[in-house]
Design a protein around this ligand. Structure first.
Ligand SMILES: *Cc1c(COP(=O)(O)O)cnc(C)c1O
Length: 256
């Protein structure tokens, strides 16, 4: 495991591994305490909220360290970056559950279907069809969330937003996912809208999630909440929080 452990992009020397592990352990304790407090405030059991460590821009050695700390759910936002880390972790004997949380291009679905446990960012029919076909070819069933755009200004138009289907398209997408043998509809996901408080946006997501769940009772997941806003997300029913910065630290360009 030495090769993996030595590849910090900032060149941290041997011995830095132990320091990094301690740093991650401290961050994890803080994040877990925040989740517990948010759950207590919302009257929810903490076991209802799954913590996904979003490791984008951080090296595979951090995933190894996180797994030593008991983290089994790892999020990445591009296939280009996830691919080598999936391979590196497999070499180290690790098989975390990989969550694909970024915007997904149709031409990457083949590779993503080979490792993703859950794709959080399904936001168009073409993606459903491509991912479904690739999952069947890979002999896998991939959990999928419909990514909802909470940006009240773009509403599914061509504006500069961060992915996500307009709320009025969500039921159609959910039905399409549910109809694919290689895909399992698991719920909905959103990123908080820019320039708007998170809580009312997550309240809208909660209503959309309830509508999806009314039609598909197994689709109970709500993936919402990042480092800055996990509390309002949990208050509005999040079942999966996607935490990067608060666990791993500030992101810098990832040099391979
Ligand atoms: C990077 C990322 C996160 C984590 O964000 P932090 O603010 O660093 O916690 C969550 N979700 C998605 C889709 C991301 O791309």
């Amino acid at each position: 495991m030495t090769g993996l452990a030595d590849n910090r992009p900032d060149g941290t020397p041997t011995g830095g591994d132990a320091r990094r592990l301690a740093e991650l352990a401290a961050n994890l304790a803080t994040v877990r305490a925040r989740i517990e407090a948010a759950c207590a405030a919302a009257g929810r059991p903490p076991a209802e909220v799954e913590l996904i460590a979003v490791t984008k821009t951080f090296p595979a050695s951090d995933i190894v360290a996180l797994s030593r700390l008991g983290i089994v759910d790892i999020g990445e936002n591009t296939d280009q970056e996830a691919g080598p880390k999936v391979a590196a972790c497999a070499l180290a004997g690790l098989e975390p559950r990989w969550h694909f949380v970024g915007q997904l291009q149709v031409n990457k679905t083949g590779h993503v279907a080979s490792y993703a446990h859950m794709v959080h960012s399904v936001d168009r029919l073409r993606l459903v069809e491509a991912l479904g076909r690739r999952a069947v070819a890979a002999g896998r069933v991939i959990s999928c969330l419909v990514q909802v755009s909470l940006d009240s200004t773009v509403r599914g138009s061509t504006g500069p937003h961060r992915g996500g289907a307009a709320p009025e398209r969500v039921s159609e997408l959910a039905a399409a996912i549910a109809a694919e043998p290689g895909l399992a509809l698991a719920g909905v996901m959103a990123v908080p809208p820019l320039g708007e408080p998170a809580r009312p946006a997550y309240a809208r997501l909660r209503w959309i999630a309830a509508a999806v769940r009314a039609a598909f009772p197994q689709a109970a997941a709500i993936s919402a909440g990042m480092s800055a806003d996990l509390e309002p997300a949990i208050a509005e029913g999040a079942t999966h929080v996607r935490i990067g910065t608060a666990l791993l630290g500030g992101r810098r360009p990832f040099v391979r």
